[in-house]
Design a protein around this ligand. Sequence first.
Ligand code: 5GP
Ligand code: MG
Length: 186
Amino acid sequence: MSFSKVLYSATQINDVVQELANQINMKYADVTFQNPLVLICILKGSFIFFSDITRKINIPQIHEFMTVSSYINDRSTGKINILADITIDIKGKDVLIIEDIFDTGVTLDCLLKELEKRNPKSLECCVLLSKPTMVKVPIKPAFVGIELNPPEFVIGYGLDYNQLFRNLPFIAVPTNETIKLFKRYT
Ligand code: 5GP
Ligand code: MG
């Protein structure tokens, strides 16, 4: 039984990730080992993308991890809940957030505002996927891999449906049966 319909194969994803890494390598070409680029992985969804792209980024870098959740009912005030924070001071550092998907953009908008308060030298974002027709905030990530149009709900390559299917090596749309079968009622 197939749980999903493949949208992007592992090979296609690899090409997109390489292209993003090429752009990042060019943009941060001046970065030194004295002041390396801080790459922040937003957990959990970005962990596979992060591990792939960091191995294609060939400039001095350090890795940090962050878990955030946005308050769905509190969008207008733009609050975000940091469940696990990075472990270093980013003041005066070049910082690049690595995120799985840019949907409404609320999460990233809040996160950027929070990290901006810590006075980094620069602060940008790289997303593998974007749903341009869904965006509700006036920001745009500096690096975007794939634009999903129509903005379907996708799983695989780190992205979950109720915590399942992150391990799929491709990006796919779950079937209606999968949606029903693994639905959670809370
Ligand atoms: P935003 O704040 O941009 O609306 O939401 C971003 C977060 O929602 C993403 O980091 C991701 O966790 C989740 N999300 C948005 N679209 C999808 C999707 O198509 N599939 C999955 N699995 N998660 C999504
Ligand atoms: Mg995410």
